[in-house]
Design a protein around this ligand. Structure first.
Ligand SMILES: [Zn+2]
Length: 226
């Protein structure tokens, strides 16, 4: 298996650059535009200036979810619920990028949903218990159920910071995944589920599968074709 940080995929309809957790220095340079990326997905815990660099250089949509090391990105007004068409809240996140946390967004022909954060293991924002994440996932589930299916699917890509429970390749308490993500994937059978949070430390992380869904740990960067 190619252990290069960015693996170039086979030709497909939508080429995704998925990033998480570690800055991939190889993306600073002429190689980035030559990758032919249609959409960038960030699974969190990356410096905002890196995401702003990617979105500026590629000039394609960048959807992101926050990781547990990111600041609180939700507005303090808890009654504010983001949805397409709303006025964006004050710029709390990376400029020019779209916060996908708890939302369903259609970009480049794909319906993408996102849930940021990790299991709570210390104080700070973007951390949740299994029950709290289940509630967030349920809200997303209800939103997806009312969408019309396209090509037999209501969801194409799930973007999370934490892994799916049992599919992390890590079982320490900070890196354990969410049961709710497994339920979402089983219910909606997206083509792809991408996550970060689990650092491979130089090891090549194999792509996994849950049913028909490709499950990919994208730390630090992966090119994926759908
Ligand atoms: Zn993390």
């Amino acid at each position: 298996m190619d252990s290069a940080p960015v693996q170039e995929g086979l030709s497909g309809h939508t080429r995704i650059l998925a990033v998480a957790d570690e800055v991939d220095e190889s993306l600073y340079g002429d190689r980035l535009p030559s990758l032919g990326v249609d959409l960038v997905l960030s699974c969190g815990d990356l410096p905002f200036d890196y995401l702003e660099y990617l979105v500026t250089r590629l000039n394609v949509p960048l959807l992101y979810v926050p990781g547990n090391h990111d600041p609180e990105l939700r507005p303090s007004d808890s009654t504010w619920t983001p949805s397409r068409g709303d006025v964006e809240p004050p710029a709390l996140g990376p400029e020019g990028c779209i916060n996908l946390d708890g939302r369903v967004i259609e970009e480049q022909g794909l319906r993408v949903a996102g849930l940021g954060g990790s299991i709570r293991y210390k104080a700070g924002p973007n951390q949740y218990s299994q029950a709290q994440m289940s509630f967030r996932a349920l809200k997303l589930d209800l939103r997806l159920r009312f969408k019309p299916a396209r090509q037999g699917r209501k969801l194409d890509v799930l973007v999370t910071h934490a892994p799916l429970f049992g599919l992390a390749g890590a079982d320490d308490s900070a890196h354990i995944g969410f049961v709710a993500f497994v339920r979402l994937v089983r219910a909606f059978r997206p083509l792809l589920a991408v996550h970060g949070h689990v650092h491979p430390f130089g090891r090549a992380v194999p792509e996994r599968r849950l049913g028909a869904t490709r499950v990919v740990n994208v730390v630090a960067a992966r090119v994926l074709d759908l």
